[in-house]
Ligand binder design. Structure first.
Ligand SMILES: CC(C)(COP(=O)(O)OP(=O)(O)OC[C@H]1O[C@@H](n2cnc3c(N)ncnc32)[C@H](O)[C@@H]1OP(=O)(O)O)[C@@H](O)C(=O)NCCC(=O)NCCS
Length: 229
């Protein structure tokens, strides 16, 4: 029998938005306005958002997504609409250790006609350097491969060494520069691309990296059909 794993990779839901905004605020403190995740999920047909949730077995899940059987329909309903009542505001969230599932990070990918564009990726401060960013990137690359999109692109601050190293590990290369791209401090952005992610060579590289990740951090579960929606 398969044992339960700590981390679950799955599609972002509306009820995740307050936690996702919390991670976004930590990760991009100068970013304003915050991403309109509700509009992204409900209206942008090109957008795909994936999160990694960490289960907290000490807390019963009252979200209504996979609530325990003893929860009545009213509690489940209230759990499901809580994010609407609180207006997605992270201020309404309980402390992290009192949540049934902690959102540890997220990635957003726009499936454009000519490229898969990674529009955002971020990991909760407390959960950095535990392989979560890497697993999110693997999920984004899997998505591009599944949609048979060989070209994956993104922009990154030239000073963002952590992110640049992560991308380089997965074969991204610098193909251009966008001068003064970021409005807060006028920092330049590198344009990075991974080309040919649908090829057999890239599949082999990804498979090796995935195995190394598994050996180092253990299994991450993928919910149902995962991001393959
Ligand atoms: C970039 C970010 C997503 C990485 O997430 P993470 O979960 O901490 O990264 P991982 O633990 O999966 O590390 C994967 C690889 O990334 C690189 N990396 C991550 N953090 C690093 C750091 N502080 N210094 C150097 N390399 C780092 C390494 O190559 C690492 O592989 P290794 O462990 O084999 O050396 C995270 O630092 C973050 O959220 N930063 C703020 C938001 C941001 O800058 N997003 C990118 C916008 S383009």
């Amino acid at each position: 029998m398969k044992t339960a794993t700590r981390f679950l990779v799955r599609r972002m839901r509306l009820s995740d938005i307050p936690q996702v905004l919390e991670v976004e605020r930590q990760s991009f403190p100068s970013m304003w306005p915050p991403t309109a995740f509700r509009r992204e999920l409900q209206q942008n047909r090109l957008a795909h958002y994936i999160v990694i949730g960490e289960a907290n077995p000490a807390v019963a899940d009252a979200s209504g997504d996979e609530g325990p059987p003893e929860l009545g329909p009213i509690s489940r309903f209230l759990g499901e609409i809580k994010h609407i009542l609180t207006g997605d505001d992270p201020a309404g969230l309980p402390p992290p250790d009192e949540r049934a599932e902690l959102i540890t990070g997220f990635i957003g990918v726009w499936m454009l006609p000519d490229e898969a564009h990674i529009v955002t990726i971020a990991v909760r401060d407390s959960h950095r350097r535990q392989g979560i960013g890497e697993m999110l990137l693997i999920a984004g690359l899997d998505l591009a491969r599944e949609k048979t999109q060989p070209l994956v692109t993104l922009e990154v601050r030239v000073s963002n060494d952590a992110a640049i190293r992560l991308y380089e590990k997965y074969g991204f290369e610098q193909v251009g520069l966008r001068p003064r791209y970021y409005s807060d401090n006028k920092e330049d952005a590198y344009i990075l691309t991974a080309n040919g992610v649908t090829t057999g060579d890239y599949a082999a590289r990804l498979s090796t990296l995935r195995e190394e990740h598994r050996a180092r951090y253990g299994d991450f579960d993928v919910l149902g059909a995962g991001w393959h929606g």
